[in-house]
Each structure stands twice: as C-alpha cells, then as structure tokens.
Write a protein that binds this ligand. Structure first.
Ligand code: HEC
Ligand code: HEC
Ligand code: HEC
Length: 442
C-alpha cells in the first residue's frame, strides 16, 4: 500500500507543472444575489431537511467546544492527524456563509470538494462520499440550507501546518483518492439493496468512520468497513470480520439503526449515537431498512447465521457464572458489585434494556477502548436505547479497577486473547474525557 502511494506521488511529481495545475486549479464561480426563500419549492426544502439530517451536516457544522454555536454556522473543530480543521458556515449569510453561492457552486463543492472561490477543500468534509449523491438530492439540500436563518459568523483559523495547508496540493489527493460521480446502481442487486448502498456509501458516509485510513487520510479501499479508531472510540468492522459471536443480520442492523439498540448486540453510544438519533431517525423507515439489507449482504449474514443459536447459548451461559457458588475471585466480586445487577441475564436471550456483555463488541474488539468509554461516561437518556440509561463510573472506579474488570470480562466472556497494558489504556481514555459532575456518577 505504502509502496503504491509513493509510486503515485512520484507520478504526480512527473506531471507537476502545467499538467498538475490543470487538474488542481479551479476557477471561482461568480457570486449570485442571495436567492429568496420563495424561489424554492416547499417539497424540495422538506426533502432537503431529511437529507441534511441523513448526512449529519449540522453535526459537523455547529460549534460545540467552549461555546455553543448557531446550527449550521460552522466552526466545529475537527482534530485530524494533520491539524485542526474548522468547518465552514453553511447558513445563507452573504458574507460569512454560502448566501451568494449558486446551485452550481454548491454542487461543485459536494461533488468535487471545491469552494466557490475555487479553493480545494480538505476531505475532513466528506465530499468523497457526497460526490455519489444525485443532482436532485444535492439541489434539495441546497434548497434547505438556503432557506435557513442566515447567521453572520466567522470561523477560526485552521492549524494545518505548511505545506499540508496548501490547498492546491489537495488536487493531488483527489487525483489519488476521489472517485467523483453519482452512485451507479449494481444490476446484480435489487432496488432496495441499491438504495441502501446509495445511502451508506454516499449521503450517510458510514465508511468515513468504519473504514481505516491510510497515511494521507484517505479511506483504504482494500479494507472497506474493516473497523477504525474514531474520536477515541473504535467504530467496529461492519463486514464479516465483525468479531461478535452472533451474526449481525438484517433485523439486528435495522433495530440498531432505527432504535439505537440491537437485542443480540448492544447500543449505539458515543459517536454512533448522533448517527442514529440525529441522522437516520429523520429518514423514512424504508431507507433505514435498505441500509440494513445492504449491510447484511456486506457481512455475508446469510451464510454465517447457521451457528448463531449455539453461539448464543454459549454466550448466555457465561452471564450468570459470577453469581453462583462461593465467589472467591476478587475480580468476579468487583464485577458482581458494580455491573451484574443490570447486566446478568438468566434466560435464553438477553432481557430488553439489559445488554448482555458476552454478546457486546465492547468485549470482542481488539482494544478495550469502547468498554472504557461506556463505563467511564455512562450512557445518557438521548443515547443508545431512548430513555434507558447506564450510570457513569468515572468517580467510583479507578484505572486499576477498570483494568481488572476489563481483564476479567474478556477472560470470562470471550474466547479471544487477553488485552494488554490495561491500566495505561484506561488512563489514556480517561484523560480524553471531561470529569462528569460528581452527583451524576454512580
Ligand atoms: C465529518 C464532518 C462534516 C460533515 C458530516 C459535513 N461537513 Fe461540510 N465541511 C466540513 C469541514 C471540516 C469543512 C471545511 C473544509 C475545509 O476548510 O477545507 C466543510 C465544508 C463544507 C462546504 C464548503 C463551504 C465553503 O465555504 O467552502 C460545504 C458547502 C459543506 N461543507 C456542506 C456540507 C453539507 C451540505 C453537509 C451535509 C450533507 C456537510 N457539509 C456535512 C465537515 C463536514
Ligand atoms: C461519526 C462516526 C460514525 C459514523 C458516521 C457511523 N458510525 Fe457506526 N459506529 C461508530 C462507533 C464509534 C461505533 C461504536 C458505538 C458503540 O459501541 O456504542 C459504531 C457502531 C456501529 C454499529 C454496531 C457495531 C457493533 O459490532 O457493535 C453498527 C451496526 C454501525 N455503527 C453502523 C453504521 C452505519 C450503517 C453507518 C452509516 C449509516 C454508521 N455506522 C456511521 C461510529 C460511526
Ligand atoms: C444501573 C444499571 C447498570 C449498571 C450498574 C451497569 N450498566 Fe452497563 N448498561 C446499562 C444499560 C441500561 C445499558 C444500555 C443503555 C442504552 O441502550 O441506552 C448498558 C450498556 C452497557 C454496555 C453496552 C454499550 C454499547 O455501546 O453497546 C456495556 C459494555 C456496559 N453497559 C458495561 C457495563 C459495565 C462493565 C458495568 C459495571 C462497571 C455496567 N455496565 C454497569 C445499565 C447498567
């Protein structure tokens, strides 16, 4: 992979100069008089509202650090390995937003990652996915954005160092990694599968978090949906390499994406929570179902489900082992005291609202990251399953306790090798979190 990038970069060196400029340089598109709200069709605005939710535009275009910004007014700080990039104001303010952008300028930004003035945009803006949207969908999002209240707000400067900050060089990145163009339906699959693929690959950009990236920050095309670190969490693999014992089927995916919980797996917490509760929740059920159909094909659910009932039985057998007989293992006692009241399941399947840890990827992933996140932060009412919460253990468990719990749960509920450096990793996750108020903890 690295060899290929170096070769490709050398290739760019050779075409540098006139050839490279022709690819990387884009003209400005003339500003227009801000279009009036009346010039948009109300049905288009409403479709755009749903699409903007499904693409999480407000998630990334609203400032949340230090002060709360106005929706879509930008300045959300994105930490990337290349520095902090601040998102743009995409309200229709004529000076600081996109008020003077024509539909053509907006479409070029979504499809080619080029700003109205011709500057190349950084792929922190997931235009490598939005490029697959249809012209009609892009026009609907434009109609929605241009009819929002304009907000006058300048964003902070990026901290991307020289020479990565030279926007012209993004032309080289695009040459290597951008495959512009509307999604082309795969004739080997039906309309529902293709709808799911269109949304997952384009608007809802699932791969932006679930696919690992290379040194240049592009998704590795040969490792699509293999799982990746994101914002101090792990976005688990969504293909056949997903390690949980029971296969993710169409119904499990659907339940997770629609309700924030899959009975045989777990809850949508952390960075996955806004995807479900702020994004997909606005989309029609048929679209969420289509994504589930696409994912179930991607992870080969049909051919892997066979052993599920035996694996489920084995997992459930481990759920109450800590509660029977004289308990001499101090780690088992720690678990029984802190967690078992809510997580022990005695039946053949987990009770709703009582995720079984033996089935949860927090224990099966290559690192304990998500387990630590969940235990330290807890799960709020708006996350995971609506209205159901898990308390934060930030103040009641030390890093040494967390390490013991993690080792114990991994040992008793999975068949995988033990995690290493557990206490150090607990401290590392803790250091990324603000301390919750003491009253809110367990
Ligand atoms: C993962 C975060 C993320 C998401 C999701 C996201 N954006 Fe952005 N967007 C950014 C960042 C960061 C920039 C600034 C990039 C730069 O400065 O090069 C940006 C820039 C833009 C720009 C260019 C503005 C300008 O002045 O050049 C437009 C237009 C835009 N986004 C529209 C959208 C729309 C529409 C959606 C939803 C469909 C969306 N974005 C979703 C992060 C995001
Ligand atoms: C902003 C990053 C981000 C985006 C975008 C995102 N995910 Fe996730 N996803 C995560 C993280 C982090 C987790 C782990 C959450 C947890 O364990 O509570 C996760 C968990 C999941 C899980 C559960 C996997 C398991 O084995 O436990 C599924 C299924 C899933 N995501 C599907 C999707 C789909 C489908 C999309 C696109 C519609 C998507 N995700 C978009 C970050 C993201
Ligand atoms: C007071 C009850 C309660 C206690 C005590 C509790 N949990 Fe939970 N836990 C829950 C609930 C409820 C959920 C599901 C929340 C949701 O979906 O909104 C959950 C979810 C989880 C998840 C799944 C997260 C995901 O993203 O899928 C893990 C892992 C977990 N708990 C671990 C633990 C551990 C380890 C302990 C002990 C340190 C513990 N819990 C103690 C109630 C509890």
């Amino acid at each position: 992979m690295i060899g290929r990038i170096v070769a490709a970069l050398t290739g760019i060196g050779v075409v540098a100069g006139a050839g490279f400029l022709a690819i990387a340089w884009h003209p400005a598109i003339a500003p227009v008089a801000p279009p009036t709200a009346g010039s948009f069709d109300t049905a288009s605005i409403e479709r755009g509202r749903v699409l903007a939710a499904g693409g999480y535009c407000a998630e990334c275009h609203t400032r949340r650090d230090g002060q709360q910004g106005a929706p879509l007014a930008g300045d959300y700080a994105m930490a990337t390995p290349f520095g902090t990039i601040h998102s743009s104001n995409i309200t229709p303010d004529p000076e600081t937003g996109i008020g003077r952008w024509s539909l053509a300028a907006f479409t070029r930004a979504m499809r080619h990652g080029v700003s109205r003035d011709g500057a190349n945009l950084f792929p922190a803006f997931p235009f490598d996915h939005f490029t697959h949207m249809t012209d009609g969908d892009i026009a609907d999002v434009y109609a929605f954005l241009m009819t929002r209240p304009p907000v006058h707000a300048q964003k902070r400067e990026n901290t991307v160092p020289f020479p990565a900050n030279i926007r012209l060089f993004q032309g080289g990145w695009k040459l290597l990694f951008l495959h512009p163009g509307v999604y082309r339906p795969d004739p080997a699959h039906d309309a529902q599968w293709n709808r799911g693929a269109y949304l997952a690959e384009g608007l809802s950009h699932c791969g932006a978090c679930h696919t690992p990236r290379n040194m240049l920050g592009a998704e590795k095309s040969d490792a699509a949906y293999d799982g990746a670190p994101v914002d101090n969490w792990i976005a688990p693999p969504l293909n056949a390499t997903n390690p949980t014992p029971v296969t993710w089927t169409e119904n499990e995916f659907f339940s997770y994406l629609r309700y924030g919980v899959a009975p045989l797996h777990g809850s949508a917490a952390g960075p996955m929570s806004p995807v479900v509760h702020g994004g997909l929740s606005e989309m029609p059920e048929s679209d969420v179902r289509a994504i589930a159909v696409y994912l179930a094909d991607l992870d080969h659910a049909a051919s892997r489900q066979g052993g599920d009932s035996a694996r489920l039985t084995a997992a459930m057998a481990s759920s109450t082992r800590d509660l029977t007989g004289p308990q001499t293992d101090p780690d088992a006692r720690l678990y029984a005291g802190a967690c078992a009241a809510c997580h022990a399941n005695t039946g053949a399947q987990p009770v709703p609202g009582r995720p079984d840890l033996a089935l949860n990827n927090a224990l099966w992933l290559s690192e304990p990251t998500n387990l630590y996140q969940v235990v330290l932060r807890g799960i709020g009412t708006a996350e995971g399953q609506a209205g159901i919460t898990m308390p934060s253990f930030y103040h009641s468990l030390t890093d040494a306790d967390l390490a013991r719990l993690a080792a114990y749960l991994r040992r008793t509920r999975t068949t995988l090798p033990p995690w290493t450096d557990l206490e150090k990793k607990a401290a590392a996750v803790r250091s990324t979190l603000p301390a919750p108020p003491v009253a809110a903890s367990h």
